[in-house]
Design a protein around this ligand. Structure first.
Ligand code: ATP
Length: 992
């Protein structure tokens, strides 16, 4: 969390008086990733530096900047960047940009000096990123304390007959050649592996676990006479710089670093993309299959095929099981083998590739008699048992020992290349690290490892990179996926706990996550305002709406701030549940804020609530509700700000304007965030903490009043988030792992399921759709026409556009009035368009996705979606939810431009269950697509885990995180875990 501050401090160390500049550059470029805590600390740092500057400068500008710095920690991103700009100017730069450029130039200069010294200085890197601090934990030194690991690697190098000369030996060139020739070092390492580490007789994983480091240590102690305990004691190896891996030339090291492999961990996390079975297990070979074989090179030749054209061919003979022979044999265990011939071909164009010397060099690369592993796509050739490969990988196995070693059924890891780095090179380097990885690199406590049946981290790395069997690789994968989810959950819950004061509050919060079944406050216990509001509703609440309100009201009475997600299918009536929660808070003398993603929705909710309040009887003074959006006139918004501060306004509905700095509340008790996933976790957090701070500061103003003596004065507001996107549980956990969940599972009574038609959008298709529209209009219905874009575009001429179609639709449906609604219209124009459609002044509304969220026109009875294939299933389900909200039977027509998209859309015809559809979407397209491009930005990225299939591991990781935090709220008991959490920077993946 305190990454920015730590780095800031380090920068000041590195560059002496220029520390402020480095700090600002760092914060401007990276600081947005960090949480409130670190920003507050940066704010303090900034404050002290500017104070010093001010004492030198008489400038009044400096004073005003100083005042602003005070609110840095809670300011919005744009305000922070404006402030940093001002500080930069104060320091004599033209702008923040200028300062950053200068900082970069300085860095380059330092690097050049370093290069000139021709000696990579690890200590410089140490200084740049010396520590990452989480909360109050002691600093974790990066790139330091790696001596034992380094020495072990050095030992391995000196003992390897192949030898990986270190940088200092001056044999760098030779070593580079070793790599560039394409000779794989991966099987070469087993020379140490086979003599010292590998014991192929022992098949048990347990034996291997012990044998690895002990053997290395033994050999180390023989050489160095150092006590063993000094050797394997380094948990920080994973975050050591790759410069500590000997045998890597400078060139290679910089290649690796350019590809993002800065640390040992980064290399270890470059996982195999698949594994090959080197026993040539295939008995059937089909054209176009991607296969992996081992075999012997029978021929290698370069042929000049024309003046500027040459062919290089390697023929590899491979033995495979001959199924035809075995079929006819009675004793099927006696498996006959036959030889197949692979023709690996490469084509060269250009005169320089036809020269004899060139062709001889190419031939020399692969010598007859070499054992090789070949992978690629096979094509059958006219001659029986001959196959061609044009895109292939070829690894030379050094000798028959390696061949038998790998052929013993061990899966052979196939790595993806990265940034142009050859996968074989990566495999070699990774294999070398795996061999000497100490056993105690695992930050996760043993109890968790045992309880959840996990491999240790050491075994997981070994298992994923050098599995003895596929089941070992699977177990390793499970452990590594567990880690991805675990640190995410731990980070989120830790952050939640950090915000709470007492141990009781913290225990209470964890308890809530442990037992997701919530307690409920019965209706008799609700405040009188809530009961009266309920009475005024034109309908009775459904069973699950009632349960949801009871659960929320119970939460509102607890001393712990609620953090609850109210989830329910489109149109199930979440809004009224949230209104009731607000009434409960207002009834107890507090305030409520209701934040929505669009102005359109804010206006709709505001009008809806006012209408409901108007019908309320028997209420002395009705709650005052305000609407605050970006379009609210300045004068009016100032008045609203003032009334919120004094408490005259009980509830405010609005857009993100509600989280602007100037909005202060007198006693904010609940913040409702509608369409939660549109905002992202950081924004939610900001909303939460901002209001917490402002409410405190408001209260502090009233220090002398009685108010301050109330126990709850320091409590953060309750947060009720709402989502209409039915999200599969695992996805919800990944997105909102720190929230309790309430689901509305039923729909208001009397709803008739929407009939869905999937039609191909050819001439006939359009005709059919228009005729159905006409029938609907004649019967008094209202029709939404939804378009993927507003204007026609040259790039995508096949897309129908709302504005472009307005004329032709108006012409086609003469006698019926058309309206237009899209995102580019001004706020009041949008409101007007929706008002007219709602009142019936317009019968057809041509709209874009802008209506997808929350628009509620109960008597709209038909929706036609143009280019439906452009929308996701979950998105179409949301759109379809705009109709069928009243008692009238509704229809939805999905017009698909291509035949191929029809099957996917047909899922919508079969089901109207949002959860089912969301699960389908998750399985078909993955979580990113389910949430749409923009929103999926809030999803953490998991390099190895797939949310759609690894959901159960996520649940386990959630439980494990709860267990750890239950034992130690601040992770003080688990310093390694705390350091690891800090290192993984879970906060950087929490959202925008
Ligand atoms: N119990 C109920 N009985 C009948 N009608 C209801 C009930 N609850 C809500 N409604 C009505 O159902 C419609 C949809 O409700 P609301 O807009 O709250 O749903 P929502 O879940 O927020 O929908 P969306 O996901 O589309 O935003 C509204 O017109 C509302 O008045």
């Amino acid at each position: 969390m305190a990454l920015a501050v730590s780095a800031v401090q380090s920068c000041s160390m590195c560059f002496g008086g220029n520390g402020l500049r480095s700090a600002i550059a760092f914060e401007a470029e990276k600081g947005y990733r960090n949480a409130l805590g670190s920003k507050m600390r940066f704010s303090n740092f900034l404050l002290s530096k500017i104070l010093k500057l001010c004492s030198r400068s008489k400038h009044t500008f400096a004073k005003s900047v100083l005042e602003e710095v005070d609110s840095y920690g809670i300011a919005s991103i744009s305000d922070r960047s404006k402030l940093l700009n001002k500080v930069s100017v104060l320091m004599g730069y033209d702008s923040l940009h200028d300062l950053i450029e200068n900082e970069r130039a300085e860095k380059r200069c330092v690097m050049n000096v370093k290069d000139a010294m021709d000696d990579f200085d690890v200590s410089l890197v140490c200084k740049r990123f010396p520590s990452i601090i989480l909360g109050s934990s002691s600093p974790v030194e990066l790139y330091d304390g790696t001596a034992s690991f380094f020495e072990k690697l050095a030992l391995l190098t000196t003992q390897s007959p192949e030898g990986f000369p270190s940088d200092s030996t001056g044999e760098e060139q030779e070593q580079d050649y070793l790599y560039e020739t394409g000779d794989s070092l991966y099987p070469a390492c087993p020379s140490v592996e086979s003599s010292l580490l590998r014991d192929d007789q022992s098949t048990s994983l347990a034996t291997e676990k012990i044998s690895y480091p002990v053997l290395v240590e033994e050999s180390f102690s023989k050489v160095s006479h150092e006590p063993q305990k000094d050797i394997v004691s380094d948990e920080l190896i994973l975050d050591s710089s790759i410069s500590c891996i000997p045998g890597i030339s400078k060139k290679r090291r910089s290649q690796l670093e350019n590809c993002g492999f800065h640390t040992v961990r980064k290399l270890l996390h470059h996982f195999p993309r698949t594994y090959a079975d080197l026993q040539n297990a295939q008995i059937e070979i089909d054209d176009g299959q991607y296969l992996i074989f081992i075999g012997k090179i029978l021929k290698s030749r370069g042929i000049k095929a024309g003046t500027s054209f040459s062919i290089f061919e390697v023929v590899v003979g491979c033995e495979i099981a001959d199924n035809k022979t075995t079929e006819h044999k009675d004793d099927s265990t006696d498996c006959r083998r036959k030889t197949i011939f692979l023709h690996l071909k490469k084509f060269f164009r250009g005169t320089r590739f036809t020269s004899l010397p060139f062709l001889r060099i190419v031939e020399q690369k692969h010598k007859e008699g070499d054992f090789v592993c070949v992978s690629g796509k096979v094509r059958t050739m006219p001659t029986k048992d001959h196959y061609e490969m044009r895109e292939y990988n070829i690894d030379v196995l050094k000798d028959e020992n390696d061949l038998s070693f790998h052929a013993k059924g061990r899966p052979y890891p196939i790595y993806p290349s990265k940034g142009g780095l050859n996968p074989d090179v990566l495999r070699d380097i990774i294999a070398r690290i795996v061999q000497v990885l100490p056993i105690n690199v695992d930050p996760i406590p043993k109890s968790i490892i045992l309880d959840f049946g996990l491999l240790t981290l050491h075994d997981a790395y070994t298992g994923i990179h050098e599995p003895k069997s596929m089941s070992e690789a699977d177990l390793a994968r499970k452990r590594l996926i567990f880690d991805e989810f675990f640190y995410l959950q731990l980070g989120r819950l830790y952050q939640m706990l950090e915000g709470l004061g007492t141990q009781i509050e913290k225990d209470g919060l964890l308890d809530k996550y442990r037992k997701p079944e919530s307690s409920a406050a019965y209706m008799e216990e609700w405040s009188s305002l809530t009961k009266k509001f309920l009475k005024a509703l034109p309908y009775a609440l459904t069973g699950s709406q009632l349960t949801a309100v009871s659960e929320i009201i119970w939460d509102l009475r607890q001393p712990v701030p609620m953090n609850r997600l109210l989830q329910g299918d489109v149109g199930c009536g979440k809004t009224v549940v949230a209104f009731l929660a607000c009434m409960e808070v207002i009834g107890s003398g507090y305030q409520a804020a209701f934040m929505v993603p669009t102005e359109l929705l804010a206006v709709q909710h505001y009008e809806h609530l006012n209408n409901l309040l108007e019908t309320m009887e028997d209420v002395g003074s009705k709650p005052t509700i305000a609407l605050l959006t970006g379009s609210t006139p300045l004068k009016q918004s100032r008045m609203i700000h003032k009334s919120l501060q004094t408490g005259e306004i009980s509830m405010v509905i609005g857009t993100t304007s509600l989280i602007a700095d100037r909005v202060e509340f007198s006693a904010l008790r609940i913040a409702v965030v509608d369409e939660q996933h549109r905002f992202g976790v950081i924004q939610r957090g900001r909303f939460n903490s901002k209001l917490y701070y402002t409410s405190i500061s408001s209260k502090l103003l009233a220090t002398n009043s009685d108010e301050i003596s109330k126990g709850e004065k320091h409590m953060a507001p309750h947060v009720l988030a709402m989502s209409a996107t039915p999200i599969p549980r695992t996805l919800a956990l990944a997105l909102y792992g720190d929230m309790s969940l309430t689901q509305i599972t039923d729909l208001p009574p009397g709803r008739i399921p929407v009939e869905t038609f999937i039609i191909q959008a050819n001439e006939n298709g359009y005709e059919d759709a228009y005729e159905m529209m006409l029938d609907e209009l004649k019967e008094g219905g209202k029709v939404y026409l939804v378009y993927p874009v507003i204007e026609q575009s040259e790039q995508l001429p096949q897309l129908r556009a709302a504005s472009a179609d307005f004329e032709s639709i108006s012409h086609r449906f003469q006698g019926y009035s058309c309206g237009l609604l899209h995102g580019k219209m001004k706020s009041d124009e949008k409101d007007e368009a929706l008002r007219k459609f709602r009142s019936g002044e317009t019968n057809i509304l041509l709209a874009t996705q802008v209506i997808e969220i929350g628009v509620d026109v109960p008597d709209a009875s038909m929706m036609v979606v143009m280019n439906a294939e452009r929308f996701g299933i979950a998105q179409l389900h949301q759109l379809r939810g705009r109709v069928g909200r009243g008692v009238r039977k509704s229809k939805c027509i999905l017009l698909a431009s291509s035949e191929s998209s029809l099957p996917r859309l047909k899922v919508l015809g079969k089901s109207s269950d949002g959860f089912y559809l969301a699960n389908m979407d998750l399985l078909l397209r993955g979580p990113g697509n389910l949430l749409g491009k923009k929103q999926s930005g809030h999803l953490p990225e998991f390099p190895i885990a797939r949310l759609e299939i690894d959901g159960n591991i996520l649940q386990e990781a959630h439980l494990a995180a709860l267990k750890i935090l239950g034992d130690s709220h601040d992770l003080e008991q688990f310093p390694l875990l705390k350091a690891e959490l800090s290192m993984r920077q879970p906060l950087s993946i929490l959202g925008d």
